[in-house]
Design a protein around this ligand. Structure first.
Ligand code: MLC
Ligand code: AMP
Length: 505
């Protein structure tokens, strides 16, 4: 095959009048129309100077056109680098520079703020807005509606997705065509997707979950998606009777459960609800089953590995577990100190190997070597166990990360920033339970001797430096951080102390 990912996910739908995206207000886009637009965008990107292997960084609102940019990159052999729309220009600057992106695509509303970023990194700048307007669309208009697909090997890079690092520096996970394709094949079959499915898509498309797990699985089988710009409870409730499947983070399900309109009748047409990206509480799983008759299928994955485990489609979907390793994926549990496998039933580090596992971190051979073993196992940083029936349960994390509404926040990155603020001697950021988002970051600050940091000034500065979801929900001043005898900050003690800050409603 000339370009396995494009040919399998996209090209085979050429000429199909079947609906691909339902856009609301009775508007739909067929597969054929989507692919013709994709070809025009691929021409525009090539005209903009992007060659196969170049990176395109996109910080754009979710739209049909934004998804077509992903498809156009695959068709033109360009490496797609999607960015959270919440990132500030400072944050974007790092990704564009580190990846050496040839083009930064942004919302026209951000053009003035991001032009210096693109110029500083030597990247071209084009725009795309939520309605599909902007300079890229203008450049695509009138282009031919077919494009000679650029040949790629299964091992060639398709996407670069940045994940924050425990050292504070984000790492670009290099995902190959085969990483994405092998996972799409497995998930479509495991979750029984067909061309009759209509997936309610309310996730962002700058992360693995919304971009690959949801979209590629549907593309694999030729179904349709109800394409919503974000999770809006009214819009989701209105669309559920038209859908057959929905993929979400746990917050989707707690918000639905909080709404009296969620009833058995509302979801009678659905065949599948899946959850992932953060732990789904067993009580949420049970409450959803009691209210709707549907057992949410929980699965587990990561940016670096795509999806690795899933509860069964048929059979017992066990609350509080993430199910079995997917076909083709090997999973082992090791002693975090020695790396040796632990006896069955014991807790240890989850390690994953398979065609789904990424190729390494962009331009970071040492980091790659630390986390990706020579024998192909990736060290996830998640702690878990496998029970006698083979179900995997995640019990915690060794990596210091806070997962808020499905977004990862690395305390180190926020602490490094806080420590630079006037009047701050040192800081610790911990995740505390939150009824809506699962957990949220809270910062504990120690003032410099004789000084009192200006908390308002710090909050204001955070707005410029850190994406909203990373900003601590509270700044708390203390005299000293709790430390163990080795001098290490005891984050468990801080988490326990502030656990009740956002007590359940
Ligand atoms: C929004 N806010 C968040 C937030 N999302 N803060 C912390 N964590 C989040 N996840 C901010 C908003 O900017 C706003 O700030 C305030 O919180 C309340 O916003 P909201 O309107 O209630 O939020 P909403 O837009 O509804 O978003 C919440 C959400 C969304 C949970 C629906 O965050 C979401 O779609 N999350 C999905 C993330 C995801 O796709 N993860 C996949 C990663 S891939 P203010 O200042 O205005 O109050 C991966 C691999 C795998 O992990 O296994 O899948
Ligand atoms: P990311 O780096 O954004 O891809 O986030 C991946 C991390 O999300 C994993 O390492 C886990 O810690 C977490 N995660 C994903 N799915 C689940 C799940 N079902 N249960 C618990 N944690 C999960």
């Amino acid at each position: 095959m000339a370009n396995p990912l494009f040919d399998t996910l996209f090209a085979r739908h050429a000429g199909s009048a079947a609906p691909f995206l339902h856009l609301g207000g009775g508007r739909s886009l067929s597969y054929d129309a989507f692919l013709r637009r994709t070809a025009q965008l691929a021409h525009a990107l090539r005209d903009a100077g992007l060659a196969p292997g170049d990176r395109l960084a996109a910080q754009v609102p979710k739209s049909a056109e934004a998804l077509a940019v992903y498809a156009a990159c695959v068709q033109a052999g360009i490496v797609f680098l999607p960015l959270n729309t919440a990132y500030t220009p400072d944050e974007v600057a790092y990704f564009v520079t580190d990846s050496g992106a040839g083009l930064l695509l942004c919302d026209p509303a951000q053009e003035d703020r991001l032009r210096p970023v693109a110029e500083g990194a030597g990247a071209a700048l084009m725009t795309l807005d939520a309605e599909g307007g902007g300079s890229l669309s203008a450049a695509a208009r009138g282009q031919p509606e077919t494009f000679g697909t650029v040949p790629r090997d299964a091992g060639d890079l398709a996407a670069l997705l940045y994940t924050s690092g425990t050292t504070g520096r984000s790492k670009g996970a290099m995902l190959t065509q085969d990483n994405l394709l092998s996972n799409a094949r497995v998930l479509a079959e495991y979750w029984r997707f067909t061309d009759r499915d209509v997936l309610l898509h309310a996730l962002p498309i700058f992360h693995t979950h919304g971009l690959f797990v949801a979209t590629n699985t549907v593309l694999m089988t030729g179904g349709a998606m109800i394409w919503q710009p974000r999770f809006d409870i009214d819009a989701v409730i209105a669309a559920l009777p038209e859908a057959t499947a929905m993929m979400g983070v746990p917050t989707f399900y707690t918000r639905l459960l909080d709404d009296p309109r969620l009833t058995r009748e509302l979801v009678a047409h659905m065949r599948l609800f899946t959850s992932g990206s953060a732990p789904l509480l067993a009580e949420t799983h049970e409450a959803f089953a009691a209210r709707t008759g549907h057992r949410i299928l929980e699965r587990y994955g990561m940016t670096e590995t795509n999806m690795t485990t899933s509860n069964p489609y048929e059979g017992d979907r066990r609350a509080g577990t993430v199910g079995f390793p997917l076909p083709g994926v090997e999973l082992r549990i090791t002693d975090p100190e020695t790396g040796a496998e632990v006896p069955q039933g014991e807790v240890g580090m989850l390690e994953v190997r398979g065609p789904n596992v990424f190729r390494g971190y962009w331009d970071m051979p040492e980091k790659t070597a630390e986390e990706l073993r020579e024998n192909g196992y990736f060290i996830t940083g998640d702690l878990g166990m496998i029970d006698a029936r083979g179900y995997v349960t995640i019990v915690g994390r060794i990596k210091d990360v806070v997962i808020s509404g499905g977004y990862n926040i690395y305390p180190k990155e926020v602490e490094m920033w806080l420590d630079e603020q006037p009047g701050v001697l040192e800081s610790a950021v911990v995740g505390v339970p939150h009824p809506d988002l699962g957990e949220v970051p809270v910062a504990i600050l120690v003032p410099q001797a004789g000084g009192v940091p200006d908390m308002q000034a710090i909050s204001a500065a955070a707005e410029r430096a850190l994406a909203r979801f990373k900003r601590p929900r509270r700044l708390i001043l203390v005299d000293a951080l709790p430390r163990n005898t080795m001098g290490k900050v005891q984050k468990n003690a801080l988490r326990a102390e502030y656990a009740g800050l956002f007590a359940a409603r």
